[in-house]
Design a protein around this ligand. Structure first.
Ligand SMILES: NC(=O)c1ccc[n+]([C@@H]2O[C@H](COP(=O)([O-])OP(=O)(O)OC[C@H]3O[C@@H](n4cnc5c(N)ncnc54)[C@H](O)[C@@H]3O)[C@@H](O)[C@H]2O)c1
Length: 257
């Protein structure tokens, strides 16, 4: 058995949304380290360029593309630019997501805010899947990885837009696995609390202590912990895995309340 081929991404092209920072950046670096050419798609072009440069300095191949995933023209351009540069798309990490943070009290927010969370977290993912799928089929390899959250199964106050959008991602993933199979696998990852910029805006020592009390592995996640799961779903080792949601959470549950 040639085990080296199971994680080999040489010749494959990966698009990672929100790839400039946090979980997205760690995923880009991980995929590049295993041979993929990566497209760092982010709405912050300067940070995306720095990320791509960092990956190239590490010996990988990377291209930065400015892209706000809530803008259809940007998504279309992302696919066109990737094909222009690398000629194929094999892996899509739909990583961008936001909202939540215990700030979605229905007595304080407008419907428009709820809609925006779904536009950012769900509609953008669905649309990018639609745009890349023909190219994955044409190239003969396809793995789509959607970034969900433990919030998709946890229940907490003032987080109903984010939590329900992430739950939608789980079920959308399971259903799209039928629509895009057999040529393309569609899976999702549900991170627990991971030390990124997004988490730092809400984490306090008190909250962290409570989270760790409910976490068997007694630490919060690092972006690389999630990137490991991204690699698994992206690579041939998971060739018979589709429609799954993998929770990566230190074995526990970390909520803000
Ligand atoms: N960090 C956590 O604890 C945690 C837990 C569960 C789920 N998640 C999920 O993981 C994903 C990444 O989170 P993170 O913590 O790494 O975030 P982060 O804030 O550290 O990084 C997000 C990246 O996405 C980019 N971005 C934001 N909006 C964008 C848009 N509209 N278009 C393109 N790029 C955009 C930002 O510029 C940034 O580079 C999200 O889907 C989030 O919901 C994170």
């Amino acid at each position: 058995m040639d085990t080296t081929a199971l994680f080999d991404l040489k010749g494959k092209v990966a698009v990672v949304t929100g790839g400039a920072m946090g979980i997205g950046l760690a995923s880009c670096r991980m995929l590049a380290a295993f041979g993929a050419s990566v497209v760092v798609a982010d709405r912050e072009p300067d940070v995306a360029h720095l990320a791509a440069e960092e990956i190239r300095n590490e010996g990988g191949a990377a291209l930065a593309v400015a892209c706000d995933v809530t803008k259809d023209d940007d998504l279309v351009h992302l696919v066109t630019r990737t094909l222009q540069e690398y000629g194929r798309i094999d892996i899509l990490v739909n990583n961008v997501g936001g909202g939540g943070a215990g700030k979605e009290d229905p007595s304080k927010i407008e419907l428009a805010r709820f809609i925006r969370v779904f536009e950012l977290n769900v509609f953008s993912m669905w649309r990018l899947c639609q745009l890349v799928a023909p190219h994955m089929n044409k190239g003969g390899y396809g793995s789509i990885i959607n970034m969900s959250s433990m919030a998709s199964v946890n229940t907490s106050p003032a987080i109903s837009a984010y939590a329900s959008s992430k739950a939608a991602i789980n079920h959308m993933t399971r259903n799209l696995a039928f629509d895009y199979g057999p040529g393309i696998r569609v899976n999702a990852i549900g991170p627990g609390a991971v030390r990124t910029h997004a988490l730092s805006t809400v984490l306090t020592p008190k909250i962290e202590k409570r989270m760790l009390a409910h976490t068997p592995l007694k630490r919060l996640g690092e972006p690389e912990d999630i990137a490991g799961a991204v690699l698994y779903f992206a690579a041939p080792i998971s060739a018979w895995v589709s429609g799954q949601v993998l929770f990566v959470n230190g074995g526990g549950e970390q909520t803000l309340d």
